[in-house]
Write a protein that binds this ligand. Structure first.
Ligand code: ATP
Length: 320
């Protein structure tokens, strides 16, 4: 391949810039021309592209967000939109694309690969919800942000002997909630993957903990569950402890990426270009058992998700 493109799609995640940087630098070092495609598939449809060189990606490794911007694009799901995207590729001689994003973005990458533009997916999403990969770029930064935010809330909760119910991002995936819940010593953790009973898993746990003289409580709830305001009211009424709900929201997405996100992003971006250089497409780069490997996109999208029940059990036993 002589010319490739790179885009970021779906929700932005810290570390996407490090992945873009790795893609651009690896390509340039190997004599391949790189086009940065702005705003994901929307930019590909609208021919919003620019050539990038080694210096175009200077000073971005430490920045959150994505220098290529991101978007969700309905038009790309239709054949007409896809054909416009292919026209843009033909116009600039783009022979392959690195798509940094989540599962939805990978579906788009698969569709484009099937139409003759080989694509490589790189998992970039704070949610860690890509089944085929043990790790997604942005997850570690997001976990640390949540931990720092809840540590701050804890100061006030402790001073006033209150309970705080924190809503954590993660879509239908409870990984952020479970892991940050352990890190902040939450009394109760509620995630969609594990059956829960509010009475038994939250109210009774708080009551039991109250008997040990603890006076402040943190309850972590995944956004897919919702209802944090209502839960805070219920806790206040039934446990007699002043309770507040905190929705962390988009602060969870931003910030300078951690070492782990920068390194994994660099490895994955590098590997994606290696595959395209070998003329291979329709693959996703994943982390499996500490190795960076690749899978067929179709296979990756159809893998079954498993939950870390052991971690959930540990959280329950030690956070009391
Ligand atoms: P996140 O995990 O952050 O939500 P994502 O990549 O899963 O990221 P989506 O909004 O699901 O985010 O998908 C991003 C874009 O990928 C969509 O806006 C659309 O352009 C494209 N896309 C999603 N699903 C498909 C599909 N089934 N076929 C073709 N393109 C798709």
């Amino acid at each position: 391949m002589k010319t490739i493109g790179v885009l970021t799609s779906g929700g932005d995640a810290p570390g996407m810039n490090a992945a873009i940087r790795a893609v651009v630098r690896t390509a340039c070092e190997n004599g391949i021309k790189v086009f940065g495609i702005n705003r994901g598939y929307a930019g590909l449809i609208e021919d919003d592209v620019r050539e990038l060189n080694i210096r175009s990606v200077s000073d971005i490794i430490h920045r959150g967000g994505t220098m290529l911007y991101s978007a969700r694009c309905k038009e790309f799901r239709e054949e007409a939109g896809m054909q416009k995207a292919i026209e843009t590729c033909k116009k600039h001689g783009i022979e392959g694309i690195v798509v940094i994003g989540g599962d939805g973005s990978f579906r788009g990458a698969r569709d484009l690969s099937l139409r003759g533009i080989p694509c490589i997916g790189v998992p970039g999403t704070i949610d860690n919800d890509i089944v085929s990969s043990d790790y997604t770029i942005g997850y570690d930064t997001c976990l640390n942000t949540i931990m720092q935010m809840v540590d701050r809330v804890r100061d006030t909760v402790e001073s006033h002997s209150r309970c705080v119910v924190v809503e954590v991002m993660g879509n239908r995936c409870g990984d952020l909630t479970l892991n940050s819940g352990i890190a902040v010593g939450a009394t109760a953790i509620v995630i969609p993957e594990i059956h829960f009973d509010i009475e038994k898993h939250v109210i009774e746990r708080i009551r039991r903990t109250q008997k040990t003289d603890k006076k402040h409580f943190i309850v972590m709830v995944a956004e897919g569950i919702g209802g944090v305001e209502e839960l805070a009211r219920k806790i206040e009424k039934e446990c007699g402890v002043e309770s507040r709900a905190v929705i962390l929201g988009h602060v969870q997405r931003g910030g300078s990426p951690t070492v782990r996100d920068r390194v994994v992003a660099s490895q994955m971006g590098y590997k994606a270009v290696q595959l395209l250089m070998d003329g291979i497409g329709n693959r996703v780069i994943v982390q499996k058992d500490d190795h960076i490997v690749d899978f067929d996109i179709y296979e990756a999208l159809n893998m079954e998700r498993s939950v870390n029940t052991e971690l959930y059990k540990i959280a329950h036993e030690i956070s009391i």
